[in-house]
Design a protein around this ligand. Sequence first.
Ligand SMILES: [Zn+2]
Length: 347
Amino acid sequence: MKMFFGLLFFLILFSCTDSNSPSETALDIHPVLKAVEPGHNNRLADRINLIIVGKGYQNMNEFLTTMNRDLGFDGLEKLNPESLDKLLFGLFAIEPFKSQRSKFNLWYYPEQLQSKSPEEFLQQNRDNPGSSAKDFGLPFATYLFFVNPVESPQSFAYPSNVPPGVAPVKSAFVFGSATVTRYPNVADGVSVVAHELGHSIFNLRDEYVRTGPDVGDKYGHNIARTQAEARQLWGSVETQVDPFYYTWKEKMIANSLWIDSSNPLFVQYDAKQGIDIYTWYPNEEEIKVGYLQGGGVTTTGISWRPTKTSLMNNEDVRNKSWPKFPPVFGSANRRVMQSVLDLYSGK
Ligand SMILES: [Zn+2]
């Protein structure tokens, strides 16, 4: 039986290789998975393998169109007048993904999940002890599920094990998985993909505030217990501004979409509090790394975070004046992400 499969595997590989033109290599050919972008993947390269799986779309084409819109593989932001966001920053339009694209192989599973849940898919394909088929034979694998929100309303992620406060050790990495709930016909909120990969690949924490006895404590790279711990974790980038902030701001200004904090946008009158609510895009101070009290998921509410707002802080606030959610990780998170990505040559 084993020999039979071995032979079949060889034949599949061989026939695929054969059907390509001689100038192409077969390094983006996989016996099960398909390459998101022909010619980009290299199975033998030192890269993170991102495996994308769809569920709940009308057909494969609808899933792939949604996936491609949200990945933004060409690295360019897209004008989308029908959306509230207007300018879409897909995953690869956001740093560090934009400049580090060569550190990733991008695969998709050739069928959508039907009755199977993402958890069941993971169980079958991740935890298969002694099998070379684990993670489809790919090292440093991480999973990204695109689910039509009709099926499941909430995006979430299982974080990786990249440990905070110490230099990361590549051989110990176990990347997690992320599920993003994305409508095929609503592009708003596209940066949720980058947010969830912040968890599943880099083990970043949420920076929005969830407090209560039943939520558990989620301290880590970007959420500290004390200011002293915060200094240890991100003191090396104190006062820094993520350079992508300026790139993003320029593009927003060029498209007449920027809302400056000096001239904020009126949102609504809050009759309960008797105050006007405003919003704006974060100014330099609000994305500069420092030590801000609060944030993250904690039982006590006692915590420190690095910036007023960031891509890991996607809180929609309606009852107080607050900067809008930016597609910018901030320098504290960028430092962690870079320390992981630096361990991959991409070649
Ligand atoms: Zn999150």
